[in-house]
Design a binder for this molecule. Structure first.
Ligand code: SF4
Length: 244
């Protein structure tokens, strides 16, 4: 097992350089009804179901460094060309380089909504980051929880179970700072009882959080092989060809 905060620090030394960060792709994406997307490199977790596994493990080799201003300009240009009103950083974990992320927000046109997709580990460890993000009213955070309990979190990510509490703490910090947010939960490995327990736990942070987004596994062949190797079996999920 690993400490996700330590793994994050080690990875940040490779993918972050001052206000620059490594990216491997800029693209328009169909999610959220259309969103300009910059795919960054580097994460502090190792989820067995990760669709960006290759990128996760090749942070030295892949991608190139981009200054925050250039990332913001590229996102704005994609949004303008496609008529999107939203942008995001995706791929791996955007909060690994908080200085870079804040600078991207500083350079983005204010009329573009920014969806922060995060696993919440770093935002949960330090309340200060949520306060810094709160300066930008266009930020909406989607915190992606890995399972419904500390034990499920640990099985799915290979990290110490304490990381799950950081994910929940992130939601507390974001709400306390006045940032709109919701939880998305990978539920495919969770029995009904632990989904229900999480619902109560989230509702105790804020009533609206109890109504969380349920993320389902997509069983790409490489993901299925990884799950078998780790001895993980799921309760639900989709085959790639049967997505709704
Ligand atoms: S947090 Fe996201 S990017 Fe990081 S390993 Fe998990 S699924 Fe992959």
């Amino acid at each position: 097992m690993y400490d996700p905060l330590e793994l994050g620090r080690q990875t940040a030394r490779i993918v972050c350089r001052g206000t620059a960060r490594k990216y491997y792709r800029f693209r328009p994406a169909r999610f959220y009804g259309g969103i300009a997307t910059a795919d960054c490199l580097g994460c502090n977790l190792r989820c067995a179901f990760c669709w960006a596994w290759e990128q996760l493990h090749q942070v030295q080799k892949l991608g190139q460094f981009y200054e925050a201003k250039e990332v913001a300009e590229r996102l704005a240009a994609i949004a303008r060309k496609k008529g999107f009103s939203q942008v995001r950083l995706s791929g791996n974990e955007p909060t690994l380089g908080m200085t870079h992320l804040i600078e991207v927000l500083r350079h983005l046109p204010q009329e573009l909504a920014f969806i922060l997709e995060t696993n919440g580990i770093i935002l949960g460890a330090e309340a200060q980051w949520a306060k810094e993000l709160a300066v930008f009213p266009q930020v909406f955070a989607r915190v992606s929880l890995k399972g419904c309990t500390p034990e499920e979190f640990s099985h799915l990510t290979g990290a110490v179970p304490e990381g799950f509490a950081l994910q929940l703490k992130a939601l507390e910090h974001l709400l306390a700072a006045g940032i709109d947010c919701h939880a998305a939960v990978m539920v495919s490995f969770s029995p009904a009882e632990s989904r229900e327990r999480l619902r109560h736990r989230l509702a105790s942070i804020h009533p609206a959080l109890g109504d969380f987004e349920q993320e389902e596994l997509i069983l790409y062949p490489a993901v299925a092989a990884r799950l078998t190797k780790r001895g993980l079996s799921c309760f639900s999920g989709y085959l790639p060809g049967s997505l709704p």
